[in-house]
Design a protein around this ligand. Structure first.
Ligand SMILES: [Zn+2]
Length: 345
């Protein structure tokens, strides 16, 4: 357990919105440190300075949570890249790196577990044991290295999410459990997203919600229903891509040539920082407690969101001052307000 005087996640949430930031795997792939396809965070061992730098950039931009980069650092995935023997080292190192940078500010450290691709509701008994063992070993190492709470995320199955929650609770830690929302209304094991969040709350989750897959426009309507259904804290960490009613997830976006844009050709669909700032305001208005960003996320979004939520963060020192530009000279805030006027309410 971390031995710090930092306020814990539940205390912070009771006092106001907590801002998170994720998308480490996507961003480090773009920077040339992670291989697309397997998406295993080998960078943790191979280029730890690159991980620390991104943590630091998110911290300076306003993230209050350093999420240990253990996404896909589980036994099943490491087998795919022949690094099963690095499993423990990779997990421990990821938590150490997150702690090192969290101490540069007043951030919390979240242990991170995710969908395993091993869970099969058709063979729930056997696969549940496998999944549970993976989560237990990951969180044993994370707890020994020091974490404040755990984020279980991109859960495709409620069944797998409930296993994650049970394991987190075994360690006595606050649990944030968020669902992937790849399908239109329900998890892959057939639970409506809203109903599934309620069941997670009933099973002891402290924070429930959605992360990844959907951009703000298609995520917020579901999150709004979750907010009105559960009593616990709610999290929303969308991807910064323009998903629509027709293409509700970033996996479904297509290029002009009709090919899948996911995951390597998504740039034309990116939101700008003003739009993500508007998302943060909208999420606050709905009553979301944990506001973040997922794959595609980058520090300029996080800072714009933090400032939209009324915060001044370390990176605000270098926030735009376009009035000082010799030719442009227009005030950035005006654009922000214009966008807000067009954002659906
Ligand atoms: Zn994501």
């Amino acid at each position: 357990m971390r031995n710090t005087t930092t306020r814990g996640i539940l205390q912070r949430l009771s006092e106001g919105i907590v801002q998170g930031a994720e998308g480490y795997v996507f961003e480090l792939e773009r920077r040339g440190y992670i291989k697309a396809g397997p998406y295993v965070p080998e960078v943790v061992l191979d280029f730890p300075e690159a991980v620390k730098e991104l943590h630091r950039e998110f911290l300076r931009a306003g993230s209050e949570v350093m999420v240990a980069l253990t996404y896909y650092a589980h036994r099943e995935k490491l087998k795919d890249v022949g690094r099963e023997n690095d499993l423990e080292r990779m997990n421990r190192q990821a938590v150490r790196l997150a702690n090192e940078i969290a101490r540069e500010g007043d951030a919390l450290v979240a242990g991170n577990i995710c969908n395993t691709w091993a869970y099969d509701p058709g063979n729930a008994g056997e696969t549940s044991r496998l999944v549970r063992a993976m989560y237990e070993e990951q969180l044993t190492w994370a707890v020994e290295e020091g974490i404040d709470f755990v984020i279980s995320e991109t859960n495709d199955y409620l069944g797998e999410a409930l296993i994650a929650l049970e394991v987190i609770k075994q360690f006595g830690l606050p649990a944030m459990v968020t669902l992937a929302s790849v399908q239109s209304n329900a998890t892959r094991d057939g639970y409506d997203y809203v109903e599934a969040c309620k069941m997670l709350e009933d099973a002891g989750a402290d924070i429930v919600g959605l992360n990844c897959d959907r951009g703000p426009e298609t995520m917020l309507p579901i999150v709004e229903k979750i907010r009105s259904t559960v009593n616990c804290y709610v999290a929303a960490q969308p991807v910064p891509y323009k998903t629509t009613a027709f293409n509700p997830t970033f996996e479904s976006l297509c290029t002009h040539a009709g090919e899948h844009a996911f995951p390597l050709a998504l740039e034309p669909f990116l939101y700008n920082r003003f739009e993500m700032a508007a998302f943060a305001r909208r999420a606050r208005a709905i009553g979301v407690n944990y506001i973040g960003i997922c794959c595609g996320g980058a520090p300029h979004y996080v800072r714009a969101m933090a400032e939209a939520l009324g915060k001044t963060v370390p990176a605000s020192k270098y926030s735009p001052a376009m009035e000082l530009h010799p030719m442009l000279g227009t005030h950035v805030e005006d654009k922000d307000q214009n966008f807000l006027a067009t954002w659906k309410n």
